[in-house]
Ligand binder design. Structure first.
Ligand code: DGY
Length: 325
């Protein structure tokens, strides 16, 4: 029997064509959508589900599932209970590496955008409220010489560090907050001697810009809570391009409302696609709709890797980006 793929999220070429060539493709939207996911996964009608963040595979769904694999069209895989998938003999794949640069670019865009108040300027132009150059108009915060603290120092954290160094920022990092893990200089490659490793507590207190690059796990949920926000510098900027629940969004709204921070730049939200009440009314926050990997080349590369993962899962080949231990 040829491989049967269920696409709960549509993927672009070349991934879609690769799947169609390798087997039968069913679109989830034509067989009940997300509400039907547990039943579809349990039906035995599909070998591999291609999905993204909106498709949740919890332990209950996985215990009933009759699948060979789940090919996540994302590098983050907090939507899948990987331990339960492993227990059920279901492979889980993701898309590392191919989206590192695009996501790091979005973090820099938010660092620069918030510091230079680009979102406020853009809103002013669209509202026809620009009345001419003024010395005090939307005066921002310098990045050159500022300290960028990176929470998490995997592929994306390192790519953000490279970019920030080019802008003259001082870069400090905590590799796996809130715990401490010493990174050996040889693990830093070309960044050795150009970035400084500190503990999470010190990172929070020293950062002019604090940018989050950790996966969402039980340890990192609400890593940035009211207490951390209170310990950040008064004029600091928080950037989140990782996962929304890493930040206590209600506490962030309070801190921003109280003028405790210079501002925040967010690409992800705690209860996506919803936002915490009050967030959208604040001027000192720049908001993007989860665009980290949204470039044509990146999405094509993600689609290709997702298809390679899915085909290998369905045919018993070696899965190029396997998440299960
Ligand atoms: C990822 O790949 O994890 C991005 O956040 C898109 O979901």
């Amino acid at each position: 029997m040829s491989p049967r793929f269920l696409l709960m999220t549509e993927i672009p070429e070349p991934g879609l064509g690769m799947l169609r060539e390798a087997g039968e493709v069913t679109l989830g939207s034509e067989v009940g959508g997300n509400d039907a996911l547990p039943a579809l996964a349990a039906s035995g009608d599909y070998d591999v589900v291609v999905c993204a963040l909106a498709q949740k595979f919890d332990a209950d769904v996985l215990a009933q599932a009759r699948l060979k694999g789940i090919a996540n069209y994302a590098v983050g895989y907090n939507n899948v209970d990987v331990a339960a998938a492993t227990e059920a003999g279901i492979a889980v794949g993701n898309t590392p590496d191919v989206l590192t640069d695009a996501t790091a670019d979005i973090a820099l865009l938010l660092i620069l955008g918030v510091s230079r108040r680009a979102h406020e300027g853009e809103a002013m132009m669209r509202a026809g409220e620009f009345t001419g150059w003024r010395a005090d108009l939307l005066v921002g915060k310098d990045v050159k010489g500022a300290t960028l603290g990176l929470a998490g120092f995997g592929r994306i954290g390192k790519a953000v560090a490279e970019r920030a160094l080019a802008f003259g920022m001082d870069v400090v990092f905590a590799p796996r907050p809130p715990a401490h893990r010493e990174v050996a200089p040889e693990e830093l490659g070309e960044l050795a001697g150009r970035v400084e490793q500190v503990r999470w507590e010190e990172l929070v207190e020293r950062s002019d810009f604090l940018s989050l690059h950790v996966p969402l796990t039980a340890d990192t949920e609400h890593l940035v809570d009211a207490d951390v926000l209170a310990r950040m510098k008064d004029d600091a900027v928080l950037i989140n391009t990782a996962r929304g629940p890493v930040v206590d969004e209600a506490a962030l709204v309070e801190a921003l409302r109280a003028g405790r921070l210079f501002g925040a730049g967010l690409d992800v939200y705690e209860d996506e696609p919803a936002m915490a009440p009050g967030l959208a009314e604040l001027d000192n926050v720049m908001l993007l709709p989860h665009l980290g990997s949204a470039t044509r080349d990146t999405r094509a590369a993600m689609a290709e890797l997702t298809a390679r993962n899915a085909i290998a899962m369905a045919t018993g080949g070696e899965v190029p980006a396997l998440v299960n231990p």
